[in-house]
Design a protein around this ligand. Structure first.
Ligand code: FAD
Length: 400
């Protein structure tokens, strides 16, 4: 039998999820290879990281390197701009209400990717291999990965971090449920003449949310969800016309708007894998789940994938890594399904013409505006997902 380079873990994909997984697993003492083709284009998006995610990035030695370039989100304001009969009241959540400085921090993906990459390069037990996975043979103890250029590698655990069209997922024989939304997101950064006061604004419109997130002093990022036709049309507008439209939609709360980045457009769709892991294979990030950029859930969910995978792999004998997949699936399935369903329902409540959905959203937001324990619970849950469910189940078991 031919000898191939062998690793404890092969991570396929070197974007946000892949680099985070590779780094965390290598910090856990495992011998890791990250396999990916050279990056094709710069990721010009920004990511709002929840406090739980920045804690994890801190533990793997990345957060300190980017902290100064991230803008805090201390206030989150929801504004119903649907103009419908059943409108929700405006509601503002303040991080100080739950005794924390910020719900999260927003920073440029390029900054985070560069810091992750640098930390991976410094990690002694991590190797980058340039190439694309072509096929994968999952074995009980050893799995074999074949790359497009003919290289063959083996590992005890293979981590699919290769995005929504994951080859790892396909090769493991795992199907996925996929769907499309009648929406695209225009993404850009802009400077403004008035301060944002660390406030994120979500205007909920009939075509989707228009979300402004602080990015720096008098600098914010915009994710503007709308119909694909409107997005294509606006991409061709003159810059000054687009700036005026953005300013009007924001009701001029930030003063004059100047676009300072390229404008990117992302068609919106959703996907959830039928299984998140099996045998010696685990899917992290968008290889396992993808949904619209609403309420900063996507990569934050990916970080929780990596956190759980690292917990399962840490301290386990190397020869037992190949048994992690099923345990990983069981630990992650609930969180992933809950976030996918809630983002989907919320998104549909905006663009759908179904009045009961509008009523449910308005009542839900109305309750959050007026019922303090509910607000506090939601805020804590937003920052540390799962914490409130655990808290309630402890209270319930003490009471019974
Ligand atoms: C407009 C927008 C705004 C967003 N904002 C937020 C936010 O504020 N907060 C948040 O938490 N999330 C946000 N998200 C979601 C977040 O951006 C994604 O969850 C994240 O980028 C997914 O990263 P990933 O590494 O899983 O996948 P990808 O970025 O798709 O990376 C896949 C990697 O796999 C590699 N690859 C693919 N095929 C192969 C192969 N065969 N072999 C080897 N390598 C392969 C690719 O080259 C790449 O390196 C946003 C998304 C969008 C669209």
């Amino acid at each position: 039998m031919q000898d191939h380079p062998h690793f404890d873990v092969i991570v396929v994909g070197a974007a946000l999820a892949g680099l985070t997984a590779g780094l965390a697993l290598s910090k856990a003492g495992l011998d890791v290879a990250i396999v990916a083709p050279a990056a094709e284009r710069e990721d010009r998006r920004t990511t709002a990281l929840l406090a739980g995610s920045t804690d994890f990035l801190g533990r793997i030695g990345v957060w300190d390197a980017v902290r100064d370039q991230a803008a805090p989100i201390a206030v989150q304001t929801l504004i119903d701009a649907t103009g419908r009969l059943f409108r929700a009241p405006d509601v503002a959540f303040h991080a100080s209400e739950i005794g924390i400085e910020a719900f999260g921090w927003n920073l440029a993906n390029a900054t985070l990717l560069a810091a992750l990459r640098a930390a991976c390069e410094d990690a002694g037990s991590l190797k980058f291999i340039t190439g694309s996975l072509r096929s994968l043979e999952l074995g009980e103890e050893v799995s074999t990965a074949r790359l497009e250029d003919g290289q063959t590698l083996t590992a005890s655990l293979v981590v699919g971090a290769d995005g929504r069209n994951s080859v790892v997922r396909r090769e493991a024989g795992i199907g996925a449920r996929e769907w499309r939304y009648p929406q695209s997101a225009l993404v850009l950064n802009f400077s403004h003449t008035l301060p944002h006061n660390d406030t994120c604004f979500e205007f909920h419109g009939r075509e989707g949310p228009f979300t402004i997130v602080p990015l720096g002093p008098q600098l914010s990022s915009l994710v503007w969800v709308q119909t694909p036709e409107h997005a294509t049309d606006r991409l061709n507008w003159r810059t000054d016309a687009l700036e005026r439209e953005i300013e009007e939609r924001m009701r001029s709360i930030f003063g004059k708007v100047t676009i300072v980045s390229d404008i990117q457009c992302f068609p919106l769709n959703g996907m959830i894998a039928h299984m998140l892991g099996k045998s010696g294979m685990a899917l992290v990030g968008e290889a396992g789940h993808a949904f619209p950029p609403i309420a900063a859930q996507g990569f934050n969910l990916g970080i929780r994938d990596v956190e759980v995978l690292t917990q399962l792999a840490s301290g386990r004998p190397r020869e037992k890594l190949g048994a992690i997949g099923r345990a990983y699936h069981l630990r992650r399935a609930g969180d992933v399904a809950l976030r996918t369903i809630s983002v989907d329902l919320f998104n549909r409540s905006l663009f759908s013409g179904f009045a009961p959905l509008h009523i449910a959203r308005s009542l839900g937001i109305g309750a959050l505006a007026s019922v303090t324990p509910l607000r506090t619970m939601l805020m804590r849950e937003g920052v540390a997902p799962g914490s409130q469910l655990r808290f309630l189940s402890r209270r319930f078991s003490k009471a019974s």
